[in-house]
Design a protein around this ligand. Sequence first.
Ligand SMILES: Cc1ncc(COP(=O)(O)O)c(C=O)c1O
Length: 392
Amino acid sequence: MTKIDFNTVINRRNSGSVKWDDADLLYGAKDVLPLWVADTDFPAPQAVLDALQARVAHGVFGYPSPRFLGFEALAGWLKQRHSWETKPEWMVNSPGVVTALSIAVQTLTAPGDKVIIQPPVYPHFFSAVLQNSRTVVENSLIPEDGRYRIDFDDLARKAADAKLLILCSPHNPVGRVWTAAELKKLAEIALSNNLIILSDEIHSDLVYPGHRHTPLASLGEDIARITVTCVAPSKTFNIAGLYTSAVVISDTALRKRFADVIQALSLTKSNVFGSAALEAAYKHGGPWLEQLLPFLAANAAYLVERFSRETPKIKVNLPEGTFLAWLDCRALGLNNDALSDFFAKEARVGLNRGYSFGAQGSGFMRLNFGCSRAVLTEAIDRITRAYQDRGF
Ligand SMILES: Cc1ncc(COP(=O)(O)O)c(C=O)c1O
């Protein structure tokens, strides 16, 4: 395969991109370099572009048959990359993972029920629970020298009267790739408390050397029976705008409960472009991903090295997975509003505010390094300059 140059900068301004076109408005400053929302700046693999172009060239975009969702390709991918044996009939399509999270909350719990999440965590985990009138129960992750672990004792206590646990695996924003041992321990707590696990594995393909993603449901039939897994090609291949994802549920009764709600909302419908892209990505995207991963790992190493040398009060560890870095800025001594203003208005970089991931994220910022080295360099240059100007 030809070498892919992930450093080619494609101008995303005026492309209708939330990351690039809404940054100035959102951050209240001019010329903000956006490293926030979790998409990357890279074009999709050529195989995906070819599949989409072929679909456009066909010219007719009538209703698709549900037999053409690309689930055979997804099953092949899960087996090959994650050693997880699944069947296409276990899969239900959903526009995006966030939609699937909300539907799972509606399906698997009743209003008022307790749903456990593990903050700091992706903000939509909070909203999927709260906007559906359920109760958030926080099983906070424990930071140890910047590496987070699960508080199993607290989880065991809280599992007793909760109905559902939403797991982020790998974890956004802290970058942990949970080990098989950690996942087994978590699943044992769920099994002994009749807790269903909604496992959001959207970041599962983006894992760095030395770490391995374990699909929760691959750990045994008893665990699979209580697991609802969300997967998508959107982060891996940068096709989030196509809104095509899948939910994998091996247990027939559990799947029926989920599928009935998808049916009732008329969300069974798929999008011809999303399905074509998903199938091409999972069939042919492996070699492209093999080139993306070292590029992202090098970006991560570069940013960790520069922050530790040039802005030592901003602490950041290498993530085990994801293209997200979790910056511990507490030593700057700024409150959350002042911290946001420092990055947006003084450094003019658009990062995610840590406290949007829960109170545990106060004093932190999240930086998306899924960009060219030139953009990353410019962002760190800007942060370093603002840091020096402030005399931190
Ligand atoms: C853990 C997690 N789940 C879901 C999503 C978004 O999923 P979708 O765009 O398919 O709704 C993200 C995006 O950042 C995420 O980090």
